[in-house]
Design a protein around this ligand. Structure first.
Ligand SMILES: [Zn+2]
Length: 116
């Protein structure tokens, strides 16, 4: 049975420094801009429903589990390349989702609540 390798002090110190540097970076990052996206309802079947916060009965549905995952890695990829590709795909899908929802809500406000 192979025992896991025990990292040396230098590796642990480096990991600690990386973690502290990331923590400082997160503390200095400004908060995200305010969003018009309301809290969603999670429905059976993986449906995420965003209801109009003004109670008119309108909603916009998303099906995030049905989107394909697209990973682009170099020919001689490493595990870090895969990790980076997964992160990038998640970021792109998240932005795409946010844009779709914001556009649907903006369109709805223009049609149904033009004075808001
Ligand atoms: Zn509405």
């Amino acid at each position: 049975m192979d025992l896991p390798e025990i990292p040396d002090r230098r590796t642990l110190a480096s990991a600690w420094d990386d973690m502290k540097r990331a923590q400082r970076g997160a503390e200095q990052t400004p908060p995200p801009p305010p969003s018009i996206i309301p809290e969603p309802d999670l429905l059976p079947g993986g449906v995420v429903r965003f209801r109009c916060p003004h109670g008119c009965g309108w909603w916009h549905d998303e099906h995030p589990d049905t989107e394909p995952i697209r990973l682009i890695v170099p020919a001689n990829f490493t595990s870090q390349d895969i990790s980076d590709a997964i992160t990038l795909d998640g970021d792109v899908r998240g932005l795409s989702l946010r844009n779709r929802i914001e556009q649907a809500i903006t369109r709805h406000y223009g049609e149904r609540h033009p004075n808001l």
